[in-house]
Design a protein around this ligand. Structure first.
Ligand SMILES: [Zn+2]
Length: 268
C-alpha cells in the first residue's frame, strides 16, 4: 500500500492590482488624474504600472466634461483598463435607485465608455460599495463583473479628510487581514500570481501628490508581513490586469466578502 503523501502548496506570490475610483478629475490645471497617470508611468518602484480606473462617465465635475472625456480616452490609450463606477451626475447609490433607473444608467455607462475607448467595459464597482442580489443581476445583464477590494487607502472624498498620518498603518492592517485569506489559499491565482486589489481615488489631490509614497508603502508592508511579492509587484500589462481583475470579482451576492471599513457594518 502506498504511503499517503501530503502535498503542501504555498499560494502564489501576491501582485498589487491598483484601482482608482470616482474620476477622472476635471481641473484644467493641477489635475489629480493626470498626475496619477504620470506617476504610474514613471516612478521609483516600477515604471509602466497599469491600473483599473472606475470612472464616473457623467459626473458634472469630472467624466461628464470635455477634460474628463479626454482623460478617460488617455487612460485607455496609456494601456490602463477603463471600467464603470457610475453614469449619473452624482455618486448615486445603486441600491437606492429604481430597477429602471439602474438599468438606464448601466446602459448609459457602457455606451459612454464604448464611445470613448472603443471597447465595452468588463468591470463595475458600486459607489459606496453598496450592492445586493438585484444590482448584481443588473451588472451581469450589461456584461459587467463586480470588483470590490482587498486594500483601501480610505482616501475617498466621502470621509472629508485625508488620512495622511495613517497611510502606512492602514495598508499594513488591510494587508495583514488579506494575508490570512492568502495563506489559507482562499484567493484566486492568475498567471502565477495572487492579485491583491488596492483602491485609491484619483480625484483626491493628496493621493495624487503621494502616490509614489503609497507604492513604496505597499512593497514595504508586504516585506514586513513576509508575504512574497511577484518579481514585478504591480501589474503592467492590460490583458493580464484584466484577467486578474475578472478572477477577483464577486459572482454571487450570497458570498458576502468583507467590505472596507465601516461600509461592512453599514451594508451587511
Ligand atoms: Zn466612489
Amino acid at each position: 500500500m502506498a504511503p499517503a503523501t501530503t502535498i503542501t502548496t504555498t499560494p502564489a506570490p501576491i501582485r498589487f492590482l491598483l484601482s482608482f475610483d470616482d474620476g477622472p478629475a476635471a481641473a484644467s490645471s493641477g489635475n489629480s488624474t493626470v498626475r496619477i497617470l504620470e506617476t504610474l508611468a514613471q516612478n521609483g518602484q516600477q515604471p509602466g504600472i497599469k491600473a483599473v480606473f472606475f470612472t464616473q462617465t457623467r459626473a458634472w465635475h469630472g467624466g461628464g466634461t470635455d477634460v474628463g472625456r479626454a482623460l478617460i480616452r488617455r487612460e485607455h490609450d496609456d494601456g490602463h483598463l477603463v471600467a464603470l463606477h457610475s453614469a449619473t451626475t452624482f455618486h448615486s447609490n445603486h441600491r437606492f435607485m429604481s430597477g429602471q433607473a439602474l438599468d438606464e444608467s448601466m446602459q448609459d455607462g457602457v455606451a459612454d465608455l464604448l464611445a470613448i475607448t472603443g471597447v465595452p467595459p468588463s468591470l463595475v464597482r458600486p459607489p459606496f460599495w453598496a450592492y445586493n442580489a438585484d444590482t448584481l443581476l443588473t451588472y451581469h445583464a450589461y456584461g459587467l463583473q463586480m470588483l470590490l477590494t482587498d486594500l483601501n487607502a480610505n482616501d475617498g472624498k466621502i470621509y472629508g479628510i485625508n488620512w495622511s498620518w495613517h497611510k502606512r498603518a492602514n495598508m499594513l492592517k488591510h494587508l495583514a487581514e488579506t494575508r490570512v485569506r492568502w495563506a489559507a489559499g482562499r484567493m484566486p491565482e492568475v498567471d502565477g500570481a495572487t492579485p491583491v486589489v488596492v483602491t485609491f481615488h484619483d480625484v483626491n489631490t493628496y493621493t495624487a501628490r503621494h502616490l509614489e509614497e503609497y507604492l513604496e508603502i505597499l512593497v514595504d508592508v508586504a516585506r514586513e508581513l513576509d508575504v512574497p511579492l511577484a518579481a514585478r509587484p504591480f501589474y503592467d500589462n492590460r490583458e493580464e490586469l484584466e484577467r486578474a481583475a475578472l478572477a477577483s470579482t464577486v459572482a454571487d451576492a450570497a458570498s458576502r466578502p468583507q467590505l472596507p471599513g465601516f461600509w461592512n457594518w453599514l451594508w451587511q
